[in-house]
Write a protein that binds this ligand. Structure first.
Ligand SMILES: Nc1ncnc2c1ncn2[C@@H]1O[C@H](COP(=O)(O)OP(=O)(O)OP(=O)(O)O)[C@@H](O)[C@H]1O
Length: 248
């Protein structure tokens, strides 16, 4: 069976014939968590925009559950939820209304909406904020709203961009617990983050981007081998060697 997310020979970017990511190939199976790592400007967000269908590949293709976005945009987008790096909320809607809108867009019924949104609000310590407007929330609370919206849907694929910034330690723990639970239930995860120690604990595999190209990919052991590193080397040190050619 084809992996849930499959990227094959993809080059792309913002200007036609001027790609900023080159010949990317990687895939994520259901029940797998993959870390997308790279320095600032390496191409992580650009890769994510191609997966979301916001940018069109200039070469190669992206398939989610066997579909390209051009095959059926609605069905393609219904297969995943995205948590952006910076919260994007509607100032005129309360948190509960955001959740309700997401539930409607993804076709959840009233019972699913109520039980899941109450559970998520409890997990993220946001129950008392459900009827508040975004401008009355702290930065971390706004990020929690984005996360709650993504997890409300229970999609087969989560694309998460730098999720830990701004969250307090309890929020990070709740998010990681939820990710582990959904992964156990078969969800696939692509997580882009600079917090390599956390990725090392949770991810099954990694894609290391350097200047728009894949410098290495695979399990931590496979990355260590490609970096010529000894068995106990941390992801942080392996990453440094792969992108800087430094010692481990
Ligand atoms: N909207 C845009 N228009 C043109 N070029 C862009 C745009 N956004 C990013 N780029 C360029 O694409 C390249 C990859 O940037 P990208 O944002 O994908 O990096 P990143 O790995 O997500 O970095 P960071 O860790 O800083 O978020 C960079 O050279 C950047 O200047």
């Amino acid at each position: 069976m084809e992996p849930f997310l499959h990227i094959q020979g993809m080059s792309g970017g913002y200007i036609w014939n001027r790609p900023v990511v080159h010949d990317l190939s990687f895939s994520i199976d259901s029940g797998e968590m993959v870390g997308l790592i790279g320095l600032n400007g390496a191409g992580k967000s650009t890769t994510i925009k191609h997966i979301l269908g916001l940018l069109v590949p200039q070469q190669g293709e992206v398939r989610v559950n066997g579909l390209r976005v051009s095959d059926n945009a609605e069905k393609y987008r219904a297969s995943f939820a995205y948590v952006p790096e910076a919260p994007e909320l509607y100032e005129e809607l309360t948190i509960r209304e955001h959740l309700r809108m997401t539930a409607m867009a993804y076709g959840l019924d009233e019972t699913q909406f109520r039980s899941r949104s109450e559970t998520l609000a409890g997990q993220f310590d946001m129950t008392e904020k459900l009827d508040s407007f975004p401008q009355t929330l702290s930065k971390g609370m706004r990020q929690k709203v984005m996360i709650m919206n993504a997890f409300l849907v229970e999609p087969p694929l989560y694309v998460i961009d730098e999720p830990f910034l701004g969250l307090d330690p309890l929020g990070i723990r709740s998010l990681l617990d939820l990710m582990v639970e959904r992964k156990r239930n078969g969800a696939a995860f692509l997580i882009s983050s600079h917090i390599l120690s956390t990725l090392e604990t949770y991810c099954d595999r990694y894609v290391v981007l350097n200047k728009g190209r894949i410098a290495s990919k695979g399990t931590l052991d496979e990355l260590r081998r490609s970096a010529g590193a000894v068995p106990d080397t941390t992801l942080d040190d392996v990453f440094y060697t792969l992108v800087k050619g430094g010692p481990t």
